[in-house]
Design a protein around this ligand. Structure first.
Ligand code: SF4
Ligand code: SF4
Length: 310
Protein backbone atom coordinates (compact mmCIF):
# COMPACT_ATOMS: atom_id res chain seq x y z
CA UNK A 1 0.00 0.00 0.00
CA UNK A 2 2.82 2.40 0.77
CA UNK A 3 4.04 1.81 -2.80
CA UNK A 4 0.72 2.86 -4.36
CA UNK A 5 0.53 6.04 -6.42
CA UNK A 6 -2.88 5.77 -8.11
CA UNK A 7 -3.95 6.89 -5.56
CA UNK A 8 -1.40 6.99 -2.77
CA UNK A 9 -2.34 6.56 0.88
CA UNK A 10 -1.38 10.20 1.40
CA UNK A 11 -3.80 11.32 -1.34
CA UNK A 12 -6.66 9.48 0.38
CA UNK A 13 -5.91 10.30 4.01
CA UNK A 14 -4.99 13.96 3.49
CA UNK A 15 -8.11 14.73 1.49
CA UNK A 16 -6.32 15.22 -1.81
CA UNK A 17 -9.13 13.59 -3.80
CA UNK A 18 -12.52 15.24 -4.30
CA UNK A 19 -15.87 13.56 -3.53
CA UNK A 20 -14.62 11.05 -1.01
CA UNK A 21 -15.35 11.16 2.71
CA UNK A 22 -12.75 11.96 5.36
CA UNK A 23 -10.70 8.76 5.79
CA UNK A 24 -8.88 7.58 8.92
CA UNK A 25 -6.52 4.63 8.59
CA UNK A 26 -6.15 2.07 11.37
CA UNK A 27 -3.41 -0.30 10.27
CA UNK A 28 -1.11 -2.23 12.63
CA UNK A 29 2.01 -1.48 10.58
CA UNK A 30 1.37 2.19 9.90
CA UNK A 31 -0.20 3.25 13.19
CA UNK A 32 1.66 5.45 15.63
CA UNK A 33 -0.35 4.02 18.57
CA UNK A 34 0.58 0.66 20.05
CA UNK A 35 -1.05 -1.93 22.32
CA UNK A 36 -4.42 -1.03 23.84
CA UNK A 37 -4.33 2.47 22.33
CA UNK A 38 -4.15 0.95 18.88
CA UNK A 39 -6.79 -1.71 19.56
CA UNK A 40 -9.29 0.79 21.01
CA UNK A 41 -10.61 1.62 17.52
CA UNK A 42 -11.12 -2.04 16.73
CA UNK A 43 -13.11 -2.55 19.92
CA UNK A 44 -15.20 0.55 19.18
CA UNK A 45 -15.87 -0.74 15.67
CA UNK A 46 -16.90 -4.14 17.05
CA UNK A 47 -19.37 -2.36 19.35
CA UNK A 48 -20.85 -0.46 16.43
CA UNK A 49 -19.41 2.88 17.59
CA UNK A 50 -17.11 3.65 14.66
CA UNK A 51 -19.40 3.52 11.66
CA UNK A 52 -19.22 3.73 8.77
CA UNK A 53 -16.00 1.81 8.18
CA UNK A 54 -14.47 -0.45 5.55
CA UNK A 55 -12.89 -3.62 6.91
CA UNK A 56 -9.74 -4.69 5.08
CA UNK A 57 -8.57 -8.25 5.72
CA UNK A 58 -5.06 -9.35 4.88
CA UNK A 59 -3.72 -12.88 5.37
CA UNK A 60 -5.48 -16.23 5.13
CA UNK A 61 -8.08 -17.21 7.69
CA UNK A 62 -7.25 -20.33 9.68
CA UNK A 63 -9.78 -22.89 10.78
CA UNK A 64 -9.94 -22.47 14.56
CA UNK A 65 -12.29 -25.46 14.87
CA UNK A 66 -9.91 -28.13 13.58
CA UNK A 67 -8.08 -28.91 16.83
CA UNK A 68 -8.93 -29.51 20.47
CA UNK A 69 -6.54 -26.92 21.94
CA UNK A 70 -4.69 -23.68 21.09
CA UNK A 71 -5.30 -21.23 18.28
CA UNK A 72 -3.68 -20.31 14.97
CA UNK A 73 -3.84 -16.51 14.70
CA UNK A 74 -4.86 -13.61 16.93
CA UNK A 75 -4.70 -9.84 17.47
CA UNK A 76 -4.75 -8.38 20.98
CA UNK A 77 -6.33 -9.82 24.11
CA UNK A 78 -9.82 -9.79 25.54
CA UNK A 79 -10.09 -7.35 28.46
CA UNK A 80 -12.39 -9.60 30.47
CA UNK A 81 -10.84 -13.02 29.90
CA UNK A 82 -7.24 -11.96 29.23
CA UNK A 83 -7.22 -14.47 26.38
CA UNK A 84 -6.07 -13.78 22.80
CA UNK A 85 -8.75 -12.58 20.39
CA UNK A 86 -8.46 -14.80 17.35
CA UNK A 87 -8.52 -13.48 13.79
CA UNK A 88 -11.78 -15.35 13.28
CA UNK A 89 -13.36 -13.68 16.31
CA UNK A 90 -12.37 -10.26 14.98
CA UNK A 91 -13.97 -11.05 11.63
CA UNK A 92 -17.12 -12.27 13.40
CA UNK A 93 -17.25 -9.09 15.47
CA UNK A 94 -16.35 -6.55 12.77
CA UNK A 95 -17.87 -7.84 9.52
CA UNK A 96 -21.52 -7.33 10.59
CA UNK A 97 -20.81 -3.62 11.27
CA UNK A 98 -18.68 -2.96 8.17
CA UNK A 99 -20.02 -0.84 5.31
CA UNK A 100 -17.90 -3.03 3.00
CA UNK A 101 -15.28 -5.74 3.40
CA UNK A 102 -12.20 -6.05 1.18
CA UNK A 103 -10.00 -9.15 1.13
CA UNK A 104 -6.52 -8.12 0.04
CA UNK A 105 -3.92 -10.49 -1.36
CA UNK A 106 -4.35 -14.09 -2.43
CA UNK A 107 -4.19 -15.43 1.16
CA UNK A 108 -7.16 -13.33 2.28
CA UNK A 109 -9.12 -13.86 -0.92
CA UNK A 110 -8.64 -17.55 -1.65
CA UNK A 111 -6.33 -18.99 1.03
CA UNK A 112 -3.05 -18.73 -0.88
CA UNK A 113 0.09 -20.59 0.08
CA UNK A 114 -1.12 -21.31 3.62
CA UNK A 115 -4.12 -23.14 2.21
CA UNK A 116 -2.07 -25.63 0.17
CA UNK A 117 -3.14 -29.27 0.30
CA UNK A 118 -1.88 -30.94 3.45
CA UNK A 119 -1.49 -27.79 5.58
CA UNK A 120 -2.47 -28.27 9.23
CA UNK A 121 -4.16 -24.88 9.69
CA UNK A 122 -7.18 -25.46 7.46
CA UNK A 123 -6.59 -21.96 6.07
CA UNK A 124 -9.10 -20.44 3.69
CA UNK A 125 -10.01 -17.16 2.02
CA UNK A 126 -12.63 -14.74 3.31
CA UNK A 127 -15.41 -15.85 0.90
CA UNK A 128 -14.95 -19.44 2.10
CA UNK A 129 -15.16 -18.21 5.70
CA UNK A 130 -18.08 -15.77 5.46
CA UNK A 131 -19.78 -17.40 2.45
CA UNK A 132 -19.52 -16.42 -1.22
CA UNK A 133 -22.99 -14.85 -1.14
CA UNK A 134 -22.23 -12.75 1.95
CA UNK A 135 -23.14 -9.08 1.73
CA UNK A 136 -22.35 -6.19 4.02
CA UNK A 137 -24.98 -4.12 5.80
CA UNK A 138 -24.78 -1.76 2.80
CA UNK A 139 -25.46 -4.76 0.49
CA UNK A 140 -21.91 -4.80 -0.91
CA UNK A 141 -20.48 -8.28 -1.67
CA UNK A 142 -17.03 -9.22 -0.38
CA UNK A 143 -14.51 -7.49 -2.67
CA UNK A 144 -11.48 -9.64 -3.50
CA UNK A 145 -8.21 -8.09 -4.70
CA UNK A 146 -5.86 -11.08 -5.08
CA UNK A 147 -2.13 -11.12 -5.79
CA UNK A 148 0.87 -12.51 -3.96
CA UNK A 149 1.50 -9.79 -2.94
CA UNK A 150 -1.36 -7.59 -4.07
CA UNK A 151 -0.43 -5.03 -6.71
CA UNK A 152 -0.43 -1.79 -4.65
CA UNK A 153 -2.44 0.36 -7.06
CA UNK A 154 -4.98 -2.44 -7.59
CA UNK A 155 -5.81 -2.28 -3.91
CA UNK A 156 -5.82 1.49 -3.51
CA UNK A 157 -7.87 1.95 -6.70
CA UNK A 158 -10.45 -0.55 -5.42
CA UNK A 159 -10.58 1.23 -2.07
CA UNK A 160 -11.05 4.53 -3.89
CA UNK A 161 -13.88 3.05 -5.95
CA UNK A 162 -15.65 1.98 -2.75
CA UNK A 163 -15.17 5.45 -1.26
CA UNK A 164 -16.81 6.95 -4.36
CA UNK A 165 -19.60 4.42 -3.99
CA UNK A 166 -20.04 5.40 -0.36
CA UNK A 167 -20.68 9.00 -1.34
CA UNK A 168 -22.99 8.09 -4.20
CA UNK A 169 -20.48 8.99 -6.94
CA UNK A 170 -20.11 5.48 -8.38
CA UNK A 171 -22.50 2.59 -9.11
CA UNK A 172 -22.15 -0.79 -7.39
CA UNK A 173 -18.66 -2.13 -7.90
CA UNK A 174 -18.50 -4.57 -10.86
CA UNK A 175 -17.15 -7.95 -9.69
CA UNK A 176 -16.62 -11.26 -11.47
CA UNK A 177 -17.71 -14.64 -10.08
CA UNK A 178 -14.55 -14.83 -7.98
CA UNK A 179 -15.49 -11.41 -6.53
CA UNK A 180 -12.60 -9.61 -8.28
CA UNK A 181 -13.09 -6.10 -9.76
CA UNK A 182 -13.70 -6.79 -13.42
CA UNK A 183 -11.72 -3.83 -14.74
CA UNK A 184 -8.60 -5.11 -12.97
CA UNK A 185 -8.87 -8.86 -13.56
CA UNK A 186 -10.77 -9.15 -16.83
CA UNK A 187 -7.72 -9.81 -19.00
CA UNK A 188 -4.88 -12.31 -19.01
CA UNK A 189 -1.24 -11.54 -18.30
CA UNK A 190 -0.48 -12.71 -21.83
CA UNK A 191 -2.77 -10.06 -23.34
CA UNK A 192 -0.67 -7.33 -21.75
CA UNK A 193 2.78 -8.91 -21.82
CA UNK A 194 5.79 -7.17 -23.35
CA UNK A 195 6.90 -10.57 -24.70
CA UNK A 196 3.64 -11.26 -26.55
CA UNK A 197 5.21 -10.48 -29.94
CA UNK A 198 7.83 -13.19 -29.40
CA UNK A 199 5.13 -15.71 -28.49
CA UNK A 200 3.23 -14.93 -31.67
CA UNK A 201 6.41 -15.50 -33.73
CA UNK A 202 7.19 -18.73 -31.83
CA UNK A 203 10.39 -17.34 -30.38
CA UNK A 204 10.71 -19.14 -27.08
CA UNK A 205 13.48 -18.79 -24.50
CA UNK A 206 15.31 -21.95 -23.55
CA UNK A 207 16.91 -20.39 -20.49
CA UNK A 208 16.53 -17.36 -18.21
CA UNK A 209 18.18 -14.09 -19.20
CA UNK A 210 16.61 -14.10 -22.66
CA UNK A 211 14.19 -11.40 -23.89
CA UNK A 212 12.06 -14.06 -25.69
CA UNK A 213 8.74 -15.52 -24.50
CA UNK A 214 9.26 -17.67 -21.40
CA UNK A 215 6.29 -20.02 -21.76
CA UNK A 216 8.59 -23.04 -22.11
CA UNK A 217 10.21 -22.08 -18.80
CA UNK A 218 6.88 -22.32 -17.01
CA UNK A 219 4.92 -19.11 -17.71
CA UNK A 220 1.15 -19.49 -17.12
CA UNK A 221 0.38 -15.99 -18.46
CA UNK A 222 -1.91 -17.09 -21.32
CA UNK A 223 -4.57 -18.33 -18.89
CA UNK A 224 -4.00 -16.21 -15.78
CA UNK A 225 -6.16 -13.15 -15.07
CA UNK A 226 -3.87 -10.40 -13.85
CA UNK A 227 -3.02 -6.87 -15.00
CA UNK A 228 0.55 -6.79 -13.68
CA UNK A 229 1.95 -7.24 -17.18
CA UNK A 230 0.32 -3.96 -18.19
CA UNK A 231 0.41 -2.09 -14.91
CA UNK A 232 3.83 -3.12 -13.62
CA UNK A 233 4.57 -3.47 -9.96
CA UNK A 234 5.30 0.00 -8.62
CA UNK A 235 4.82 3.24 -10.55
CA UNK A 236 4.57 1.24 -13.76
CA UNK A 237 7.89 -0.52 -13.24
CA UNK A 238 8.30 -4.31 -13.46
CA UNK A 239 5.54 -6.86 -14.04
CA UNK A 240 6.54 -10.51 -13.76
CA UNK A 241 7.00 -11.81 -17.36
CA UNK A 242 8.00 -8.37 -18.64
CA UNK A 243 11.11 -8.55 -16.51
CA UNK A 244 11.82 -12.24 -17.00
CA UNK A 245 9.84 -13.94 -14.24
CA UNK A 246 7.42 -16.71 -15.20
CA UNK A 247 3.81 -16.06 -14.23
CA UNK A 248 2.91 -18.61 -11.55
CA UNK A 249 -0.76 -17.64 -11.38
CA UNK A 250 -0.66 -15.95 -7.98
CA UNK A 251 -3.95 -14.07 -8.50
CA UNK A 252 -5.97 -17.22 -9.20
CA UNK A 253 -8.16 -19.14 -6.73
CA UNK A 254 -6.33 -22.36 -7.77
CA UNK A 255 -2.95 -20.95 -6.66
CA UNK A 256 -0.59 -22.50 -5.70
CA UNK A 257 -1.61 -26.19 -5.98
CA UNK A 258 -2.91 -26.08 -9.55
CA UNK A 259 0.21 -24.31 -10.87
CA UNK A 260 2.84 -26.66 -9.45
CA UNK A 261 5.55 -27.63 -10.15
CA UNK A 262 6.18 -23.98 -11.00
CA UNK A 263 9.26 -24.41 -13.20
CA UNK A 264 7.65 -26.92 -15.59
CA UNK A 265 6.06 -25.86 -18.86
CA UNK A 266 2.28 -25.61 -18.29
CA UNK A 267 0.68 -28.72 -19.83
CA UNK A 268 -1.82 -26.72 -21.95
CA UNK A 269 0.93 -24.57 -23.44
CA UNK A 270 2.57 -27.62 -25.06
CA UNK A 271 -0.30 -27.70 -27.53
CA UNK A 272 -0.72 -23.95 -27.98
CA UNK A 273 2.99 -23.24 -28.43
CA UNK A 274 3.24 -26.12 -30.93
CA UNK A 275 0.31 -24.61 -32.83
CA UNK A 276 1.94 -21.18 -32.82
CA UNK A 277 5.16 -22.77 -34.04
CA UNK A 278 3.55 -23.92 -37.28
CA UNK A 279 2.80 -20.41 -38.51
CA UNK A 280 4.87 -18.23 -36.16
CA UNK A 281 8.23 -19.11 -37.71
CA UNK A 282 6.95 -18.74 -41.28
CA UNK A 283 5.35 -15.39 -40.45
CA UNK A 284 8.55 -14.25 -38.76
CA UNK A 285 10.62 -15.16 -41.87
CA UNK A 286 8.20 -13.32 -44.18
CA UNK A 287 8.25 -10.29 -41.92
CA UNK A 288 12.03 -10.19 -42.26
CA UNK A 289 11.62 -9.66 -46.05
CA UNK A 290 9.06 -6.91 -45.55
CA UNK A 291 11.20 -5.33 -42.87
CA UNK A 292 14.24 -5.33 -45.13
CA UNK A 293 12.23 -3.46 -47.78
CA UNK A 294 10.79 -0.99 -45.26
CA UNK A 295 14.27 -0.26 -43.97
CA UNK A 296 15.24 1.32 -47.33
CA UNK A 297 14.25 4.87 -48.28
CA UNK A 298 12.12 5.01 -51.43
CA UNK A 299 14.31 5.20 -54.51
CA UNK A 300 12.84 8.59 -55.60
CA UNK A 301 14.28 10.17 -52.47
CA UNK A 302 17.73 9.33 -53.68
CA UNK A 303 19.69 12.14 -55.29
CA UNK A 304 18.74 12.83 -58.87
CA UNK A 305 15.52 10.85 -58.96
CA UNK A 306 11.86 11.68 -58.44
CA UNK A 307 8.63 9.64 -58.59
CA UNK A 308 8.01 10.99 -62.13
CA UNK A 309 11.33 9.59 -63.36
CA UNK A 310 10.40 5.97 -62.52
FE1 SF4 B 1 2.58 -14.93 -22.66
FE2 SF4 B 1 4.20 -15.58 -20.61
FE3 SF4 B 1 5.15 -15.49 -23.10
FE4 SF4 B 1 4.44 -13.21 -21.83
S1 SF4 B 1 6.13 -14.59 -21.31
S2 SF4 B 1 4.00 -13.76 -23.96
S3 SF4 B 1 2.67 -13.94 -20.66
S4 SF4 B 1 3.57 -16.90 -22.32
FE1 SF4 C 1 1.08 -13.23 -10.11
FE2 SF4 C 1 1.38 -13.93 -12.67
FE3 SF4 C 1 0.33 -11.57 -12.04
FE4 SF4 C 1 2.94 -12.07 -11.59
S1 SF4 C 1 1.91 -11.93 -13.58
S2 SF4 C 1 1.48 -11.02 -10.23
S3 SF4 C 1 2.86 -14.26 -11.02
S4 SF4 C 1 -0.56 -13.60 -11.60
Amino acid sequence: MTAATQPSIEDVVLGGIPWIPKVNFHNPFLATEVGDDFLRRFHLAAEGKLEPFILVIEGSIPNEKNKPEGYWASLGTDATTGQPITTCEWIDRLAPHAWAVIAVGTCATYGGIHAMAGNPTGCMGLPDYLGWQWKSKAAVPIVCVPGCPVQPDNFMETLLYLLYMATGHAPIIPLDEQLRPTWLFGNTVHEGCDRGGYYEQAQFAEQYGSPLCIVKLGCWGPVVQCNVGKRGWMSGIGGCPNVGGICIGCTMPGFPDKFMPFMDQPPGSLLSSAAVQTYGRAIHALRKFTQASLNKVPSWRQQGTSPGQH
